[in-house]
Design a protein around this ligand. Sequence first.
Ligand code: SAH
Length: 460
Amino acid sequence: MVNIKKNENYTIDITGMTHEGQGVGRIENFTVFTERAIVGETVEIKIIKINKSYAVGKLIKVIKPSSNRTEPFCHAFKRCGGCNLQHMSYKAQLDFKTNTVKDSLKRIGKIEDAVIHDTIGMSAESGQEGKNYRNKAQYPVGNAKDGLAVGFYAPRSHDIVDNPTCGIQNEISDRVRNIVKEFIADNGISVYDEASNRGLVRHVMTRVGFKTGEVMVVIVINGSDFPKKKAFIEALTSRINAIKSIFLNVNTQKTNVILGDENIKLYGEDTITDYIGRFRFKISPLSFFQINAVQTEVLYEKALKYADLQGSEVVFDLYCGIGTISLFLSQKAKRVYGVEVVEEAIRDAEKNAELNSVDNVEFIAGEAEKVIPELYKQGVKADVVVVDPPRKGCDEVLLDTLVKMQPERIVYVSCNPSTLARDLKYLSENGFRTVEVQPVDMFPHTTHVECVVRLDRKHS
Ligand code: SAH
């Protein structure tokens, strides 16, 4: 039995990092995880939890800092937990992400000979190295110990921390948040209490068009109306010209889901507009839209390059969401089929294709693992397949059908290196070669990393 005691302080060397960004060290060969400790550092920690196989330490003092350590730019960093890499320089964050991908592909995927590129980050010009990059904000509203709070949930809890500025949100979102908070306070409007399911205002949501600057404000309410609507609209629009649309969203359920189904327009347009590349999108309160518009374009351009289309190909875009990748592919393909399980997203995808006068795409609502085997049975085959699944990766039934269908190429877009590695292993064992992997930083200062991968069919 190792001799580690809870609530005692220890000095340890950090010799590795987990994919979640924690530093890994040892006390007498017993593994200890510590948030905000960087590989190469010597740190003083306090043990806050001991399990059978590992302990968790809280960082007390950095005794020997890493040269990659930097001062977090957001004042809320320590209390928030939304960004867990802000204590590392941006270059070190990108290296960390590249290593995460390399490690997963080698360990889980047994992929040895693919080229794994360095992670593409946000340049200083495009997003101040990943500051203020988010185009959608959702601030919870409630009463905290010190009164009205509009900000974020404290880590692993639903206690709301009041916070006027967030380092990764668009600055306009924070300004909207501040005006709404002031209006609620000045007019004594009630705010939501989770425990009793009472009180009116639950969330303030904003969406900002990155290219257009257009702003949508959505107030999520536990009720069907908002007091002093005229004055509220005036308070917002007189101070922020870019506001094009204000909605109420009704959510009276006792639930963690932020938005309800019903929207009531208070002011302006039904949608705001934004662009990815040359394509135009209309975004409504409930639409899915990529959070980081700058990096989305980088990712999609890579996907298009890896698809290597000559103009005569039939292409499948599986897990297509609102059809953004499908539209990108349509520029160079004969025909694109987009498949997505959420029906509203398919309706948006069809509208987006029309809005952009794209007529060589077709969208199908359904699960990829059901739709594709069915299409295959009917004799519809793809020359190139793009997949962009959620974190759990692709269903094996789908992969199996792709193996039978034998497209020339598969482009795999992934938000989870572990499931990506698992699926690449399967495809490698069944006739495809992983050629190139490009990690892209879509969520700077968090541990998330997106990858786009090119697989070619082996011709033996
Ligand atoms: N390619 C899109 C969206 C990717 S997110 C974009 O770049 O914007 C993953 C999408 O997969 C989500 O829209 C989700 O609704 C959808 N999805 C999840 N499971 C699915 C399944 N089994 N079949 C088809 N689509 C699915």
